[in-house]
Design a protein around this ligand. Sequence first.
Ligand code: GTP
Ligand code: MG
Length: 200
Amino acid sequence: MEITTAEFLVSNTDFTKCPPEDRPEYAFIGRSNVGKSSLINMLCAKKGMAKTSSTPGKTQLINHFNINNQWYLVDLPGYGFAKVGKESRAKWDKMINDYIMFRKNLLSVFILIDIRLEPQQKDLDFIERMGENAIPFSLVFTKADKLARTKNEKSVKTFTAKMLENWDAMPPVFITSAEEKTGRDEVLNYIAETNKLYKK
Ligand code: GTP
Ligand code: MG
């Protein structure tokens, strides 16, 4: 799929105030600093459209991006970011949770996993919740440029084995690097295919 136009639309704290639920939507979620905003910029080939930072906690709102005037990408704050303090943390978690649970046009959630790390409990817990609530998702491993290819494969294998302790099958899995633009076609093709299933 070609991205012809990509533009920031609006930020919200409350899913009820997000744009009308009239087209396919995809959200990017994962721990703070995993590379959600960078991946969105890479997919859209638009540096700086979603705000990125080497300091965790950059994205603090539900951010909608209008793609090709046909579908939305959504950049979310990271989960499990301790530094913001308990009260803000709880507010973020509720904001993310309500959005994911109740947003009607959300076709699929991309859960981002840092390929360099051993399986993290916070990620596994989040994935578990997606299962409990029957929310479609895929896994996107990020920062593949930071490891050698064989190490990337090993990391995905380890994560897969861990997930299959609780799951019968794996969701779609993508290996990406925002830095080297790896995985762009695969993710965009998946979105194009999923868009076809959308019924108003
Ligand atoms: P929050 O909004 O704080 O939750 O973070 P985020 O998940 O949006 O991460 P962000 O895209 O801001 O990236 C965090 C840091 O990781 C930045 O310094 C990025 O440059 C770096 N980064 C993101 N993706 C990649 C990648 O594929 N490769 C490399 N080498 N660095 C990356
Ligand atoms: Mg971000």
